[in-house]
Each structure stands twice: as C-alpha cells, then as structure tokens.
Design a binder for this molecule. Structure first.
Ligand SMILES: [Zn+2]
Length: 274
C-alpha cells in the first residue's frame, strides 16, 4: 500500500494506491502551480480513480476539483451527508470550488456501500469510515462533520481525520469501534492542518502513533507540532538526500510531499519525496 501526502500548502490532498492498483483520493487540494489530479495523470499515467472521499466542503480541500472533473474518471464519490439547505446553514456563501463540486456531485446518482463493505476488493487493505451528523451539534461546524477514514494494511493503521476539531473528535470518541480503531493507529494525519483547534488531547489517551503528518503552509497560524511530538513514538524517515533519521512529526511545509510505502511483508518505508 502506498500513501502520498501531497504538498498543497494550506490544503489537503492524499492518495492511497492499494496492492491491487485501486486508487483512492482523499480530498482535492492543490496549489497555483501543482495539481495532484494532473500529477496522477501525467506522472503515474492514472486516470481511473476507484474512490474519492471529500472529507468536508471547505475550499482548501476542493481547489483541484476542476482538474479532478476534467482529467480523472472517478467511480465512487463519498462526502459528508449534508443537504444543500444544511450547507447554507454552515456557510454564509459558497466558495467557487464548492459550487463546482456541487455540480460535479450530480454525476454520482447511484448510492454505494461504504468502503468497509466486504464485497470491495482492496487488495488486502481494510478501510473503515466514520462521521458525525449535522444534528449531532447545537452549533454545527463543517469541520466537525469531516469523514474520517482508517486504512489498515499488514498491521499498519493510518487515520485521515479531515479537519475535525475538538467537538467532532469528542462526539466520535463516544463510538466504541472508533475508539478501538483509533487505539491501533500508527500513522496519524493531523486534523485541521495541525492547528490548535484540531488537537484533541483525549484522542491521545487512546492512541500513541509512531508518526504524525501535518499538511500545512509556511505562513499559516502556529501549529501544535510540539504537542503532537510529545504524543508520538517516532519512526525512521528517509529524506530527499537519502539520509535516514528518526522523526516524530513531518510537515508538508518543511518536508514537501510525504510518501509511505508498506510492503507485503509489513515493512513501512517513509520518504520525504515523491
Ligand atoms: Zn482544511
């Protein structure tokens, strides 16, 4: 299983390539000069996408949506279960990428079972997804409705929690299966770009990851990297010059794109290059 965390500055874009070559996209962030969708097409020669999960509807997770729509063929789309009138409650106005997404979403009319359905063949990868509902909250915040994905392969567990903030984490921590899966996480993609609002201390009473990955930008507000550092065991990472160091927190800001590879023997290799 390969996982690429693209450097999309303040945004989010992750690719999972399963051992049987199924491609899963989590979020569609981009920068002015880099489109993950075009990278997939031109560098990997891939246009067929088995699954696209949009964690939530904020623009920094959707800036690449035009390229996704134009260059990729997505088989299944999963996004939070929110109706348009509910989106109107959480946004004063819709961003352009969100408008594009809402049009794009109309192409997906056939409901699909969740990724965890045993009828999918993910080549040995197991997926599980969780999410809060808008009426779980008195004052709903779109970030707390993020779809959370767990990906497990050969004993390694990765969490992609979108932009969950503390109320959203707390609500999900009420779910037994969520806590169980959290307790097994080795590779923790920090929610909400590593910001303070995404750091929920209770999460780390259940989970001690080996490494944390933040997707953020140089001038974004200060991250909680130090808090994550204290909750993390550390793992060997190979940098772009081939030097191996034990690392605790990786950031797209400092490390660029971050690539994980878990081989069929269960060995995990992490590189800070594509
Ligand atoms: Zn975000």
């Amino acid at each position: 299983m390969r996982v690429i965390n693209f450097d999309v500055e303040h945004g989010s874009s992750h690719i999972i390539r399963t051992p049987n070559d199924q491609i899963v996209i989590i979020d569609a962030g981009s920068t002015e000069s880099f489109s993950p969708a075009i990278y997939l097409k031109d560098t990997w020669g891939i246009t067929n996408i088995r699954w696209f999960t949009l964690t939530h509807h904020d623009a920094d997770h959707l800036t690449d949506i035009n390229n996704v729509a134009e260059h990729l063929r997505v088989q299944t789309l999963h996004s939070p279960e929110i109706e348009i009138d509910e989106l109107n409650l959480v946004y004063d106005e819709f961003s352009t990428p969100l408008e594009v997404f809402l049009e794009y979403k109309k192409n997906f009319t056939i409901p699909a079972p969740p990724m965890s359905d045993p009828n999918y063949d993910w080549g040995g990868v197991q997926f599980a997804t969780f999410g809060n509902k808008i009426n779980d909250f008195e004052n709903p915040n779109i970030n707390d409705l993020s779809v959370v994905t767990f990906a497990s392969y050969m004993g390694w567990n990765v969490i992609f929690p979108g932009d969950l903030e503390t109320p959203g984490w707390s609500k999900l921590l009420e779910v037994d299966e969520f806590r169980d899966r959290l307790g097994k996480v080795d590779i923790f993609i920090a929610s909400h770009h590593g910001r303070e609002s995404g750091f929920c201390e209770d999460v780390f009473t259940y989970c001690t990851p080996q490494i944390v990955i933040l997707s953020d930008k140089s001038n974004s507000e200060s991250t909680y990297a130090e808090n994550y550092r204290n909750a993390t065991k550390g793992l060997n990472v190979t940098n772009s010059s081939g030097v191996v160091n034990k690392r605790y927190v990786l950031t797209t800001r400092s490390d660029g794109a971050i690539s994980l590879y878990i081989d069929p023997q269960g060995r995990c290799f992490i590189n800070t290059s594509l």
